[in-house]
Design a protein around this ligand. Structure first.
Ligand code: NOJ
Length: 751
């Protein structure tokens, strides 16, 4: 039987391989004729020097005259970090009047909002709400465009399975499918229906590729991702985002298996251009071209320029390898000018699509910034991104809770609450929990207890404990300052820092309901704090409107619905831990003996051993996809259109979602599958669909997921995307633990 399946698999591989032959065809397809004609006519008349200028992006020089001179001489095609609309207009005027007449593209890191700050991306992913993410990114685009920025270095779709890595904050978590869905939503939000709209900005998906797999979670560290894992885990979100029309791609800092991304022909050309038919442009990360010298991959700046330009890098950010060497490389005959011309065309094509040639000037009213509409969306997103990890009948607060003790280092931290990568949002606009409580009907006693998250000073603790005895409930708000996550901010200890745990511990002894609220950039190790609190709301930094969202959530005006987009480990030693691992030959299950249970002088044996830790078992603290609400749901009455499917079929899974609790709420059903046997070992479960479904209390709604069988394809034994025939399992679940999930077996056959 297995052999038979294997043979069928080979046949299927052949079939899919044939379907995929277009992958090796290197023609780009999206380019329309008018556009092509325009781009050709602009680029073909440029001198070599002018072409090279287009490939250079420099950071703001501060001095406008210096920048204008570069522009006048056609030595630059883009600036990053200029965001004064007047300066931008001056620079654009100089660009149009320069010999090349090509407008600049002005870039900036608009990562989770521009002025109105939304939750950090990992928090946005917790909402499992793609339409809200799209709305947030469209607001970010309009606010940024009002200052003349038409290009953001976002979204980041790096899959991250290691919370020590500080940049886990900037992405959409550990799951390929969720990150793809979020990335597509972000691009649609930034770019709108048409890049030509002055409110749209070009997106830049990053960091291509594998950056999130930095060894030991230490930023910029090397990665070692084999080709199949790259194609099954790390590349799919990039592919999805590119296919959705993302205008640009940023190369990553890391070297994967010895090859730095900026000089990696395989990913930048074979995969991105030939297989995916990307027709936008590729920009390096900051100095990552010259850093190929530090990597020991390039001998010098000329060699770096040569490796990058031949690999497929169009624009260089900050360093000067292209500016200083490309002309010589062409003159020496090492590279053909045609290669440079193609690189320039990729950039000019996007400038054309943005409408910069017809109007490069700022023309969005300034009033869009912090508008009520924008703040309302930020509030909704903060509410939807708060993950309720525990609730022992404390929340929402009842009428018996009138007086509250508000404590902890993040209760009034207007800057830190905004999170990492917040270049433009002003903390003066932040609504902190303190501000929001002061504007509520609750009587609030506020004593921070700890001044900032790393603070070890416990001298205010007694005062906090005394106050705790006088209130109806305690709300501790702690976590991480924004600077503790993000770029170059990795940690090896991801417990709560400073004296925060100690304060939680003392508060838990007061005998008053203790609600712990965390605002952090990563999934921290919070097992002890969870045990000591009656309720816990976990937030990845929630942005401008976090305080209002908190009061709404605690009072029941808003009902939690978020789910975690990452697995929470029990200890650092479990990292990397993620839900969709492979089975292994000895999967752990049930109860495995832990250290304390092993008798003294127990004999060594290889019998019955499974894949787990003696000191922390095999399960996580909190599984991917987990999150409570104030109400409860059950799934029932599973119906599937068949139990046998062929390649062109769509699996239709219907089920009822019943609200079994006391509040109207939003359920997030998750569809997982398992391919039981494959040409390579397969994950024990994989998220394939999710939805947000509002269900009122005491009602039930039928919901249907549609899953084309082609979505079961993966990169198999022969490095080709394959749908392999055979047996599968499917679950409709509340989270990846699959507890209480509805389960179904089906088969994919070759008809
Ligand atoms: C370095 C970061 O890695 C990247 O994400 C960012 O977009 C650039 N700097 C530009 O600021």
């Amino acid at each position: 039987m297995r052999f038979y399946n294997y043979i069928l698999g080979i046949i299927a591989i052949g079939l899919i391989a044939i379907l995929n032959t277009s992958c090796s065809n290197n023609k780009t397809t999206n380019i329309d004729e008018k556009e092509q004609h325009f781009v050709d006519s602009v680029v073909n008349r440029l001198t070599l020097k002018q072409k090279i200028g287009q490939l250079c992006q420099f950071n703001t020089l501060g001095n406008i005259n210096q920048m204008i001179n570069l522009v006048k001489n056609d030595e630059v095609g883009s600036f990053l970090n200029v965001n004064d609309p007047e300066q931008i207009n001056q620079l654009q005027k100089a660009a149009l009047e320069s010999p090349s007449g090509i407008p600049l593209i002005m870039g900036r890191d608009v990562i989770h909002g521009y002025k109105t700050v939304f939750p950090i991306p990992i928090g946005q992913a917790s909402s499992f709400d793609t339409s809200l993410v799209r709305q947030a990114c469209s607001i970010a685009a309009e606010e940024a465009a009002s200052d003349g920025i038409r290009w953001t270095f976002s979204p980041m779709v790096d899959i991250a399975r290691d919370p020590r890595w500080g940049r886990i904050a900037e992405g959409y978590g550990e799951d390929t499918y969720l990150a793809s869905a979020m990335g597509i939503a972000a691009v649609k939000g930034y770019q709108g229906d048409n890049l030509n709209n002055p409110k749209s900005i070009a997106a830049c998906v990053k960091h291509f590729a594998g950056y999130g797999a930095a060894t030991a979670g230490r930023d910029y560290n090397s990665t070692f991702i084999p080709e199949r894992q790259l194609r099954n885990v790390y590349l799919p979100p990039f592919k999805a985002v590119v296919k959705s029309g993302c205008a640009s791609v940023m190369t990553s800092f890391n070297d994967n298996d010895g090859v730095p991304s900026t000089g990696n022909y395989h990913i930048l050309t074979d995969i991105l251009r030939f297989e995916w038919k990307f027709d936008g442009f590729v920009v390096t990360d900051w100095n990552s071209m010259s850093e190929m010298i530090n990597h020991g991959f390039c001998a010098d700046s000329e060699n770096a320029a040569l490796m990058a330009v031949t690999a497929g890098t169009d624009m260089e950010m900050c360093s000067r390898c292209y500016a200083d060497n490309l002309e010589n490389l062409v003159k020496k005959g090492v590279i053909n000018e045609q290669l440079i011309t193609e690189r320039v065309k990729n950039i000019v094509r996007i400038k054309y699509r943005l409408g910069l040639f017809s109007n490069p000037y700022v023309n969005i009213p300034q009033e869009v910034k912090y508008s009520q509409k924008n703040l309302d969306v930020a509030l909704k997103m903060s509410e939807e991104s708060a993950i309720l990890l525990k609730n022992e009948k404390v929340l929402p607060f009842g009428s018996n809770v009138k007086k509250i003790l508000l404590t902890g280092p993040m209760a009034d931290a207007p800057y830190d609450q905004l999170g990492t990568w917040c270049m433009d949002g002003e903390s003066s606009h932040t609504i902190t929990p303190l501000k929001a409580f002061q504007n509520s009907s609750y009587e609030v006693v506020y004593i921070p207890g700890i001044k900032y998250c790393r603070d070890k000073n416990t001298s205010e603790f007694q005062q906090v404990i005394n106050a705790a005895k006088t209130v109806d409930a305690i709300v501790f708000v702690g976590g991480e300052e924004s600077i503790m996550s993000g770029e170059a901010h990795s940690l090896s200890n991801i417990h709560l820092q400073g004296a925060q745990s100690e304060l939680i511990s003392q508060l838990s002894k007061v005998n008053k309901p203790l609600v712990t609220v965390i605002m952090a950039g990563r999934s921290l190790i919070i097992g002890e704090e969870l045990d000591k609190s009656e309720a816990m709301l976990y937030w990845f930094h929630p942005g401008t409107m976090g305080g209002t969202a908190l009061v709404n959530l605690l009072s029941g005006k808003a009902i939690p619905s978020a789910k975690t987009p990452v697995t929470f480990p029990k200890s650092e030693g479990q990292i990397p831990i993620y839900y969709n691992q492979n089975s292994t030959g000895r999967p752990a299950s049930g109860k495995e003996p832990l250290l304390d249970e092993i008798p003294l002088n127990e004999k060594q044996t290889s019998l019955g051993y499974t894949s787990y830790y003696l000191d922390s078992g095999f399960g996580p603290l909190i599984p991917f996809g987990y999150g409570l609400s104030y109400t409860t749901f059950s799934f029932e009455n599973l119906k599937i259109n068949s139990n046998t499917f062929s390649i062109n079929d769509t699996i239709e899974v219907s089920f009822n979602i019943k609200n079994t609790g006391d509040y109207d709420g939003v359920s997030i059903p998750q569809l997982y599958i398992r391919d039981l046997f494959g040409s390579i070992t397969r994950p024990i479960k994989e998220l394939k669909r999710f939805a947000r479904v509002a269900v009122n209390k005491s009602s039930s709604i039928e919901y249907t997921f549609k899953l084309p069988v082609t979505d079961l394809a993966f990169c198999g034994m022969y490095f080709v995307d394959t749908i392999e025939p055979g047996k599968y399992k499917l679950w409709i679940a509340e989270d990846s633990s699959l507890q209480n999930a509805l389960e179904y077996d089906f088969e994919v056959v070759i008809k």
